[in-house]
Design a protein around this ligand. Structure first.
Ligand SMILES: *Cc1c(COP(=O)(O)O)cnc(C)c1O
Length: 337
């Protein structure tokens, strides 16, 4: 088996998940007849302190469904310029919701309240789009966790404009902040959480919000082809993810800090972001071939992604143990020797 540091999306389901999936009680979820999906949706809503939630195929789906449900065509959505919805969802906001994304700079992943305030459309004018939504992200995919006083300020500035929180790694953020997930969720009207990243479920995300919003989202999910049938098979793994796996994320964070510490012992390696969740970002200041490095690791059973703008990202997760990290560091030492 490979030591796979490319992402936490590579996590395979646990033994317990596989058993739960095999014996899941199922029904037709488009009729809302699947007891396992119903249980997962209620569980997730309760954890986030909201009225309802909806099981969808992916995080991208949940985010785009949120835009599609909150906004009218031609609305403007204010969003951080490095957030997943604008960077990594293939332009979907233009295709599905038909909205205009107004990107704003961020500081360590956090939206800057004064900047946000200056971008909100305050006057009615036939030339102006309507500000339909504000999108936040926590944890940010650069590994930063956004502090809650920032969210509080943004909520105040937003007023009646709805806020969608891309919380693909919300449980990593709540683990880092040592707060209940609902303490983060309370600043948002809708939230996306991913079951298939550090939580190890094979498939699925949930869109969370109030009852009325989720009812409207259910119809839009149908439009997007996301009405699934005996999908309790997948939801069963999601229940294990929420009841069990979200409570062990600190272990991944600890392993990431351990990895960063060991990497920083190389004189030519610079850790470029403070390690807050399960991600280590670093630069290698040495003359070497990136391709040869990646191939050497692969030959030694280690998978990594190529660097982006010269920065490598290693991600820890359930299937990466401490001794795997020691082995990775030793293998790197051999390559650079
Ligand atoms: C992974 C991720 C998503 C999308 O999830 P997919 O299931 O890959 O579509 C959305 N937002 C953030 C911040 C992510 O890290």
């Amino acid at each position: 088996m490979y030591i796979d540091l490319r992402s936490d999306t590579v996590t395979k389901p646990t033994e317990e998940m596989r058993k739960a999936m095999a014996y899941a009680e199922v029904g037709d979820d488009v009729y809302m007849d699947d007891p396992t999906v119903n249980k997962l949706e209620k569980l997730c809503a309760d954890i986030l302190g909201k009225e309802a939630s909806l099981f969808v195929p992916s995080g991208t789906f949940a985010n785009q469904l949120a835009l599609f449900t909150h906004c009218q065509r031609g609305d403007e959505v204010i969003i951080g310029d490095n957030y997943h919805i604008v960077q990594h969802e293939a332009g979907a906001a233009a295709v599905i919701a038909g909205v205009q994304l107004r990107t704003v700079e961020t500081k360590k992943g956090a939206m800057i309240p004064e900047v946000l305030e200056s971008k909100i459309r305050k006057v009615e004018d036939i030339h102006y789009p309507r500000t339909g939504l504000i999108c936040l992200e926590n944890a940010h995919s650069n590994g930063n966790v956004i502090p809650l006083d920032n969210f509080k300020k943004i909520r105040e500035i937003a007023g009646n404009i709805p806020i969608h929180l891309d919380g693909a790694r919300l449980f990593n953020a709540s683990t880092f902040l040592k707060v209940e997930p609902k303490e983060i969720a309370k600043y948002a009207d809708s939230i996306n959480i991913c079951l298939s990243k550090g939580l190890c479920a094979p498939v699925g995300s949930l869109l969370v919000g109030n009852k009325e919003f989720i009812e409207r989202a259910r119809k839009k999910r149908k439009i997007m082809g996301g009405g699934m049938r005996q999908v309790g098979i997948l939801a069963a793994a999601g229940i294990v993810a929420l009841e069990k796996m979200r409570f062990r994320l600190e272990e991944d964070h600890e392993n990431a800090r351990y990895l960063a510490k060991r990497l920083s012992n190389f004189a030519f390696i610079e850790i470029v972001e403070k390690v807050e969740i399960n991600m280590v970002f670093f630069k290698i200041d040495k003359n070497f071939s990136t391709n040869e490095f990646i191939e050497y690791l692969l030959k030694n059973n280690i998978k990594i992604n190529p660097p982006e703008d010269g920065v490598f990202r290693f991600v820890t997760h359930y299937w990466i143990k401490r001794e795997d990290i020691d082995y990775v560091v030793e293998t790197m030492a051999k390559f650079f020797n």
